[in-house]
Design a protein around this ligand. Structure first.
Ligand SMILES: [Fe+2]
Length: 190
């Protein structure tokens, strides 16, 4: 039997840190981090723990921090999504790369359709969707807006790599119907 790839989070973090030092262009960082995220997702035996499946019932998902630099850059975390729960449309205030580890997650992508002249007001237009299954990767440049939904009856889990920890970027969540924009801070499980 082929030996499973070993790719501990410490090695992933070191690889992402090296890429961020090497490239100024976010697109180049994203294209490289994309393959690292896939490798991490497919070698989950190196790092995945049962505790990462715990989630906050009120929030609908659970966030577990695996790595961040002292200045909050290069944040690596897992998100476990409760069945039939998700996150509203949001941005990240930095670049983001997400890889499916366990179960499919439906992503919908949006862009702003207003002129951003009214604080707290935002109109979004849907521009696409993608189901992110095990080993699939979604790479989002700074400013991208997406929503995530677990349409299955089981908890799903994905690994997320960000240019900076998302609770320190001043990012936003959006309400499609009410056409509002508000801060988006997530509750951390660990
Ligand atoms: Fe996101």
């Amino acid at each position: 039997m082929e030996k499973a790839d070993q790719y501990p989070i410490s090695q992933l973090a070191a690889d992402v840190k090296r890429l961020c030092a090497q490239f100024d262009d976010e697109r180049q960082i994203l294209s490289h981090v994309r393959s690292l995220a896939r490798r991490a997702a497919l070698s989950k035996a190196s790092w995945l723990e049962d505790e990462m499946y715990t989630a906050d019932a009120a929030q609908g998902f659970g966030v577990h921090l695996l790595h961040e630099e002292p200045d909050h850059t290069i944040a690596i975390l897992t998100v476990s999504w409760l069945p039939h729960r998700g996150a509203p449309p949001h941005d990240h205030g930095t670049w983001a790369v997400v890889a499916g580890v366990d179960g499919p997650e439906k992503n919908e992508f949006f862009e702003r359709a207003d002129d951003r002249s009214r604080p707290g007001h935002a109109v979004l237009k849907k521009i696409g969707e993608k189901v992110c299954d095990v080993g699939d990767v979604v790479a989002l440049p700074t400013g991208s807006i997406h929503s995530v939904w677990n349409e299955t009856d089981q908890v799903s889990l994905s690994i997320h790599i960000y240019g900076k920890h998302i609770n320190y970027t001043g990012r936003s969540q959006f309400d499609l119907e009410r056409r509002t924009e508000a801060p988006f801070i997530v509750k951390m499980q660990s």
